[in-house]
Design a binder for this molecule. Structure first.
Ligand code: LLP
Length: 433
């Protein structure tokens, strides 16, 4: 639900974001956002490379004492430049499509051997491409998929390393659209059924039951459900070893949440808490740990810069209309997600007004905030929607024939355009008359 949170600067004791005012103008690390908007136009996604690397390193450090691979969830932000940034630091990748596999290959080919492939609807060509690429692990989500995997592995003369993605029936308190760990969800295989499926997989010499995987949902703030899920997985692994399977990997999925609000939030502490919960769930389990964080790595490194087109009143309500719309950032409409909104020029006084911040798209659901307390802003001013680095650009569309925004990656003093703004030519290219 959209919360009434007064606009604050994103600087708290422990600032989880790379945005700060300098000489009253908002910067992302060293880059002046006003200058970026002038150069690249708006709406514009901006990301801090340093912040992304820092988050990745927090994960690395938190799990340093055990064998592990951090497989960044490509769907959170699939920009090639960001994948390369992470790949070069040793990240593996969690993919959910043949398209994401192509992205990993293009961004950082050596990372293909650290790819895990999740998803309930893998197609034959996607399975073939992943087998050819010799990825690390297929996270298989149904018996039918396992049969297809065995058949394709045989056809291509490859052995398929796989984990069953089990559904641990653990409740993770999050938005219903992004909760996945209950038996009512489409994801995974009921944990009780898993043992017999592993047993039958042993019959195929093309299948290598190499791991067990679990993912209970996204934007999970309390870490206990992770421990509960892994306790169940660990006990399944013990049974599987007893049955003679050589289990080498335990994939704990992704899902660690961030704080979208204006309060202080310490990412390092949060990762440490998460690592403690995972470790508790694993007990003495020695398998290689795979993790699939997406949001936690990229969300707070990125923001959507947009310009105010108009301010209008309808009855008692005030609307701030921006040049970004639901097609550029769908999270508020889809999950009632809260994104902090701050002006690019630091407000001089304390005066505020209350307004809905909305886009130009012809839908009442095209809003970024409702009844939000804002500092005085006027048409042509720039504002920033925070924490949009994850599931922002990757969920954009061309609805209303709106070209997708451009993206820039800021690395200290260097700013790089990593995706040019789409043109109408791009949009019309696939169409036939
Ligand atoms: N692994 C699997 C199998 C997943 O399905 C997901 C996310 C992740 C890892 C990464 O989860 P994360 O660490 O980012 O929470 N569009 C929604 C989020 C959908 C998440 C889908 N699966 C949003 O904007 O909040």
């Amino acid at each position: 639900m959209s919360k009434k949170i007064a606009v604050t600067t994103p600087q708290s004791e422990v600032s989880p974001r790379p945005f700060a005012y300098r000489n009253r103008l908002l910067h992302c690390d060293e880059a002046d956002l006003t200058a970026l908007a002038a150069e690249h136009g708006t709406p514009l996604y901006v990301y801090s490379a340093q912040q992304i690397s820092h988050r990745f390193q927090l994960f690395e450090a938190a799990f340093a004492t055990r064998p592990h691979t951090i497989c960044y969830a490509v769907k959170a932000n699939s920009s090639l430049a960001i994948l390369r940034l992470l790949g070069k630091q040793g990240a593996g990748f969690d993919i959910v499509s043949g398209g994401e596999l192509k992205r990993v290959r293009k961004a950082h080919k050596p990372a293909l051997k650290k790819v895990v492939f999740s998803g309930v609807g893998k197609q034959l060509w996607e399975i073939d491409a992943a087998l050819e690429a010799d990825i690390l692990l297929f996270n298989v989500e149904s018996e039918a998929e396992l049969h297809l995997l065995a058949a394709r592995a045989k056809a291509l003369g490859k052995t398929a390393r796989f984990a069953l993605r089990v559904n641990p029936d653990v409740f993770a308190e999050t938005h219903p659209y992004i909760s996945t760990g209950l038996s009512e969800h489409k994801f995974g295989i009921g944990i009780k059924a898993a043992r017999s499926i592993y047993r039958s997989a042993k019959k195929s010499k093309w299948l290598d039951p190499a791991g067990v995987s679990v993912h209970i949902g996204s934007q999970i703030r309390k870490v206990d459900p992770f421990a509960a899920a892994l306790t169940r997985v660990t006990s399944l692994i013990a049974d599987l070893r007893h049955d003679g399977h050589n289990i080498r990997y335990v994939d704990a999925g992704g899902g660690l949440g961030i704080d979208y609000g204006a309060t202080a939030f310490d990412p390092a502490k949060q990762v440490a808490k998460y690592a403690a919960a995972i470790t508790k769930g694993l007990g003495t389990e020695p398998a290689n740990l795979l993790l699939e964080p997406g949001r936690f790595i990229v969300a707070q490194a990125g923001a959507l810069l947009t310009r105010i087109l108009y301010i209008k009143k309808n009855g008692t309500k005030t609307f701030v209309i921006t040049d970004a719309g639901i097609n550029d950032l769908i999270r508020p409409a889809l999950y009632h997600a809260h994104h902090e909104i701050i002006p690019i020029k630091q407000p001089a006084g304390k005066s505020t007004f209350t307004a809905d911040v909305v886009g130009p798209v012809c839908e009442s659901g095209d809003f970024f905030a409702r009844d939000r307390i804002l500092p005085p802003v006027k048409p042509n001013d720039l504002i920033l929607l925070l924490d949009a680095g994850a599931y922002g650009m990757s969920q954009t569309s061309n609805y209303n024939s709106r070209p997708r925004p451009a993206e820039v990656l800021i690395d200290n003093a260097t700013t790089r355009l990593i995706r040019r703004r789409e043109t109408m030519r791009d949009l019309l290219a696939p169409e036939l008359l």
